[in-house]
Structure formats: C-alpha cells, structure tokens
Design a protein around this ligand. Sequence first.
Ligand SMILES: [Ca+2]
Ligand SMILES: [Ca+2]
Length: 272
Amino acid sequence: MFSVLPAAFTQRYYDINHPGIANFDGTRNPNEKAAASGDAPAGLMAGSVVINEFLAKNVNGETDEVGQHEDWLELYNNDDIEHSLNGIYLTDDPAKPDKWLFPINTSIAANGFLIIWLDEDPTQGPLHANFKLNNDGEFLMLSNGAGSVIDSLSFGAQRTDTTFGRYPNGTGAFTFMPRTFNAVNSLTVSSMEPEQEPPMLIFPNPASDMLTVESALPLGRIGMFDMLGRELVRRETNGSKTAYLDVKDLPEGLYCLKAGNNAAAIVIVQHR
Ligand SMILES: [Ca+2]
Ligand SMILES: [Ca+2]
C-alpha cells in the first residue's frame, strides 16, 4: 500500500471558485487561497470506496462503448450510502496525483460498482481516463481533493484477460482472479450456462436391431420409453459406460432413452 503522501500533497491550495477541488501542483495562483480549517471537502474516507479490481492486459475481455478491448478499473463502494466522486482523482503516477479528475456529478451507488476505462480515449465517454495501465506493473491511486489517499496499490506484471482484485470483494487483499466486471469479485469462474454433461452417444439412430449407448459417465439405469411413457426396455449397467440394447423386437417408432444422469435422447426404431 502507498502510505507516504507524494510531496505535492504537503502544500495545497483550493480554488475558491471550485471549493473542494485541490490544486496539487503546490503552486498558488490568484484564484486560490490556502486551505484553512473547515475548508476541506468532506471527501471520502480510506476504505469507503476502493480500487476493487482491474484488468491491465485486455485481449479477449470486455469492450468499451465503441467495442475496444481496453484496460478497465472497477471501484466498489463499501458503504451503505451513495458517494459523490466530485473532486476525486485517479492516477497511475505517484508524482501526479491529479492526473484524471472524475467528471462532475459522478457518483457511486451504495454497495455499488463503477467502471472506468483506462484507454486515453476521453471522447468515447465520461468515464474514460487519460492514462492506460502498464501490464508489466504499475501504480494506481484514488485520492480526494484534500490530498489524502483513499486507496492505492503498486502491482507487478499482469496476466492476459485475468484481473487483479480484492478478495473478499471490497475489503480483501489483491490477488489474480477471473474477471467479474461490474460485479462482486469471486475466485471461481462463474458461467451463465449450467455445466454441460458430456453428450451421450447413441448409434445407429435410427436403429433396427442393436443399439449402442456410450457415455463419459457411468450409464446407470437405462430405460427406453415409448410415446405413451411405457418402459419397454430396462437395463441396469452397473457403472458401465457402454451398453448394447436389443431393439429388433420393438415396434417401429420414436422412443425416449434415459440413462442415469444423462440428458434424455430420442431414438428411432426402424426395421428394414
Ligand atoms: Ca477506447
Ligand atoms: Ca468485480
């Protein structure tokens, strides 16, 4: 963690026309007055909004509004109230804490996420920062207008399409993880699709006399049902992964074959 404030923070001034936004360059101009007691913005407390996850080497990951694979950063709000990000800065350079200012009226919902594209494409939308991440390792810092660090980290070489994020979400230490863009961090790959059972092979189909059933899983109990739901063939395979069913005496027609936990399959019996 970045624990020592950059030198630029040691002397700061506030633009009286834009209270709450600090001038980080340490210089004073006629529009500014020195920060005084009670002058500083409420700001965000360290740990309230955190750098939660980021992707520094995006090859086949998420795309921005114009379809480009870009570095992205996910913030998370650990608090139960919405936070304004007015006067909050993001940077990849400890010497330039005010590199990118969040657009006015940006906020992050209570226990919500906020994605910022790090792509140097400011014309592509409001949340496109003016820097990219170096996937060989770099620095990230979120700081407020009063010059205090809200969150920061230095990181090493990054992996393609794998993020570096906090686990547990919002509070934990950084670790490599599967991408959870705009969602709760997790160490397990979550898929929208249920686990696919290996397909069961049934051949020939149509069959006239002998039917072969093969599966990567033990077949378990096999049943062949006609369209009225009557079970005309039953076989206990005792853990075998291949079974041969004699169908030459079955009436021609459609049958439903069920074998253990495999998905049911339609079998056609057709005698020559
Ligand atoms: Ca872009
Ligand atoms: Ca996430």
